[in-house]
Design a binder for this molecule. Structure first.
Ligand code: NAD
Ligand code: ZN
Length: 357
């Protein structure tokens, strides 16, 4: 197939307070007695948002501990628990940052697909639709709300379940939900979006579709992190739409060097996605000169500390593991550096880069 024919999210509702429409939105999706399962970021345990979840009948809230980013083992365990307890469910609703949304997508798929989620890490390996899935972001930037993947760390790799069955059936974009996030977290997740845009706009896969979304997302990121002197409601609204547009941009292109390299860090060291991308981006002048310059400006303007020295003291074996994971991200490298990327990004060069972090 020459042009990618990609699946989008089914329904989108946007607006301050849109969360309150959830009950009404879910009603037609309920299948008899089968419950809706709400996977809610553990940050909200005991917080007012948890009381606003529209529970009916046997519905259940499960607070997702996202101290570590989602693992295939955790997905399998959650799906097994739900099958045990309920047989089948009407749907899985993820309320949280990228980690919780990814967990919800993966658990939704594993309610109907046999085996382990690790069997489906890759491209188009998922063969049957999962149960109904909805995503409600409480952090803006990852684009997980619109993407056709769910990033999981498995026994041998960190890779998404990329498939046409992965996108949410419904997303609820309510900027109010992101209002209480700590500034550092907001910055790191927001930079994920900024970096998606740079990687997409500077990539060889670029076309007018992804360019249109990427430019808009970049403009919104700049409004929030360059132009504004203080965070306000408008920032929550702009960053939420930046995340959406950034996700749409990479849907029809790909991410690039920062992601390919940061996947190695998170596989070996458990470095979280947003912060890992920032650690890498800080050293990518050679690949994205303008983007890195602006990134550094935003870091300084927003008084953010980018961690340093995280690769100090690692063994050759450790470096090789990260290089293996990174080199495995072929489409990312091809997008970033072109078809001959292997001639440009050698293992030695990548090692030198990892030694800088
Ligand atoms: P996250 O979901 O990992 O959450 C980070 C922290 O913020 C957690 O401690 C969480 O409890 C907390 N948090 C969430 N919402 C909050 C709120 N409103 N107030 C206060 N704290 C809050 O962070 P993220 O950056 O949104 O997501 C990163 C994850 O997304 C990674 O697992 C990454 O692999 C994944 N990701 C997925 C895609 C995709 O397309 N599927 C794309 C990019 C990243
Ligand atoms: Zn990302």
């Amino acid at each position: 197939m020459k042009f990618r024919n990609f699946k989008l999210v089914g329904y989108v509702v946007y607006g301050r307070g849109a969360f309150d429409q959830l009950d009404e939105i879910l009603a037609p999706q309920r299948k008899g007695e089968a419950p809706m399962i709400f996977l809610v970021d553990h940050f909200f345990e005991g917080k007012p948002l948890a009381d606003r979840v529209p529970l009916r009948g046997k519905d259940k809230i499960i607070f997702a501990d996202v101290t570590y980013e989602p693992k295939t083992k955790k997905v399998d365990a959650l799906a097994a628990q739900l099958k045990d307890e309920f047989g089948t469910v009407s749907g899985v609703i993820g309320i949280g940052g990228g980690s919780t949304m990814d967990l919800a997508k993966a658990v939704g798929l594993m309610m109907t697909n046999p085996g382990s989620s690790a069997d489906y890490q890759g491209w188009d390996l998922v063969k049957v639709p999962g149960v109904y899935k909805a995503g409600i972001p409480t952090l803006s930037g990852t684009g997980a709300e619109v993407s056709r993947t769910t990033v999981l760390t498995g026994p041998t790799r960190k890779l998404g379940m990329n498939s046409d069955f992965t996108p949410f059936d419904q997303i609820v974009l309510d900027p109010e939900l992101t209002a209480n996030a700590p500034f550092n977290q907001r910055f790191y997740t927001g930079m994920d979006c900024y970096i998606h845009c740079i990687e997409s706009l500077e990539g060889t896969y670029l076309n007018e579709f992804s360019k249109s979304y990427g430019e808009k997302a970049l403009e919104l990121c700049r409004k929030v992190f360059v132009e504004k002197s203080e965070w306000d409601d408008e920032c929550d609204e702009q960053l939420m739409m930046a995340s959406y547009a950034g996700g749409m941009s990479i849907a029809y292109s790909q991410v690039g060097v920062a992601h390919a390299v940061s996947y190695g860090l998170s596989y070996l060291l458990g470095t979280k996605h947003g912060i890992g991308n920032c650690i890498v981006m800080d050293h990518l002048e050679e690949y994205y000169p303008e983007g890195v310059k602006e990134f550094k400006y935003m870091v300084a303007k927003n008084n953010i500390e980018i961690p340093k020295g995280i690769c100090k003291g690692l063994s050759d074996e450790d470096f090789n593991k990260m290089i293996d994971v990174s080199m495995g991200m072929k489409p990312l490298w091809e997008n970033a550096l072109g078809k001959d990327w292997e001639k440009i990004m050698t293992r030695e060069k990548l090692r030198t880069l990892y030694e800088k972090f």
